[in-house]
Design a binder for this molecule. Structure first.
Ligand SMILES: *[C@@H]1O[C@H](CO)[C@@H](O)[C@H](O)[C@H]1NC(C)=O
Ligand SMILES: *[C@@H]1O[C@H](CO)[C@@H](O)[C@H](O)[C@H]1NC(C)=O
Ligand SMILES: *[C@@H]1O[C@H](CO)[C@@H](O)[C@H](O)[C@H]1NC(C)=O
Ligand SMILES: *[C@@H]1O[C@H](CO)[C@@H](O)[C@H](O)[C@H]1NC(C)=O
Length: 344
């Protein structure tokens, strides 16, 4: 049995050069025998007390972890400054939560402590806006998770900010980094931030494995959003490319990934996008009395991956045509969404 507490935070990573989506990737690796698959439906918040009281793990042999949401951070160029920005972004975003639990030394990342301490001083705060852990707290928090749950969808490009960024004070302003995406990256998703960058997934898994001492990773969310339809070629292609990247992470990079959960089982409420942006393997007819569910092509793809433990024979790692404009269906309600954001 595995319990996960979920925290949403956006993350980043390093390691440069241009975009080469799939060149040279084979597609005939298979998932190891003990690798777990699943489909996510909802987040459950588990009290740290379960872990603390020392009762549940010994009694049930359960495992407790935390899920952190993280993008890959690619340096915008190969310049040392951009490489630094990508690493800094990662360490101050996912690292803010992960470092105290998974790093050998514990505590917040030293870069984050230094940045917030300095800014707070300049802003005339009587003490840092980042409270300090005591050594006893550092020791207590360190190593409290059995696995690293990772929610991952996309990749950003990072560079150092040349002027102040964000509100003052804010995490963005404290860290001083700018993130963008390459408009040429395939997407056509109903979630416009969701660029399809499989190599970012592979690099992120390697970074976590390397940075946090080979901690077992369970991918607790990964998936693609569209507007509707059961013939969801884009989602099928997204899963194939990302699972292919995962196979390479396991077999070639020796990233310690032990499980994978697709997001999500069925269409559901997607934050600000409501029911417009759909992540499901099953289509939900929200207008029907019974909220009728229909398997999409991606549900069949995922079933075949889980049963064969590999990708379909005809999978082509270089094929991105599913993300061409032809597959985009735009419902008329969509323009209203940005509008209501302005009104809030
Ligand atoms: C991507 O990598 C492959 C194999 O390493 C290479 O043949 C191809 O030219 C590269 N493409 C780009 C755009 O760099
Ligand atoms: C996997 O594919 C590579 C080339 O892409 C080929 O050389 C190799 O024999 C294949 N392995 C299996 C087990 O099919
Ligand atoms: C902090 O205090 C100093 C000295 O009173 C003042 O010159 C400076 O403008 C203050 N900084 C901010 C950000 O308020
Ligand atoms: C909804 O479900 C009920 C109970 O299974 C069934 O009797 C009814 O026909 C269904 N309605 C529709 C519109 O499918």
């Amino acid at each position: 049995m595995k319990f996960i507490s979920f925290v949403f935070i956006v993350i980043f990573i390093r390691n440069g050069e241009g975009v080469n989506f799939s060149g040279g990737l084979k597609s005939n690796y298979t998932f190891p025998k003990d690798f777990s698959f699943g489909v996510s439906t909802a987040a459950i918040q588990i009290e740290g007390a379960w872990n603390e009281d020392g009762k549940y793990r010994p009694r049930y042999g359960g495992k407790i972890g935390i899920s952190l949401d993280s993008n890959w951070a690619q340096p915008k160029t190969n310049s040392p400054s951009d490489i630094k920005a990508a690493e800094l972004y990662l360490r101050t975003h996912v690292g803010w939560y992960a470092h105290p639990i998974f790093s050998s030394e514990g505590n917040y990342p030293p870069e984050l402590i230094q940045l917030v301490d300095e800014k707070s001083r300049h802003q005339n705060y009587s003490r840092s806006r980042l409270p300090k852990f005591t050594q006893a707290e550092v020791d207590h928090i360190k190593g409290t998770a059995d696995f690293f749950g990772l929610n991952h969808y996309t990749t950003y490009l990072l560079s150092m900010a040349e002027t102040e960024v964000g509100q003052i004070p804010s995490h963005e302003n404290d860290v001083g980094i700018v993130r963008v995406q390459n408009p040429k990256w395939p997407s056509m998703s109903s979630s416009n931030w969701l660029k399809v960058v499989p190599f970012g997934f592979r690099r992120l898994l390697a970074w976590i494995t390397r940075t946090y001492n080979n901690i077992p990773i369970i991918v607790t969310e990964n998936g693609y959003a569209d507007y509707s339809g059961i013939h969801d070629d884009a989602r099928v292609t997204y899963y194939c490319h990302y699972l292919n990247a995962l196979l390479h992470a396991i077999h070639e990079d020796k990233s310690n990934v032990q499980g994978y959960f697709a997001w999500s089982l069925m269409d559901n409420w997607e934050w600000d996008d409501g029911f417009v942006s759909r992540f499901g393997l099953y289509l939900v007819d929200f207008n029907s009395q019974n909220k009728t569910r229909t398997a999409k092509d991606s549900a069949r793809l995922y079933t075949s991956v889980v049963s064969s433990r590999g990708l379909p024979e005809n999978y082509d790692p270089d094929d991105y045509t599913a993300f061409s404009s032809a597959s985009k269906v735009l419902p008329t309600v969509l323009p209203l969404i940005p509008l209501y954001r302005y009104l809030l």
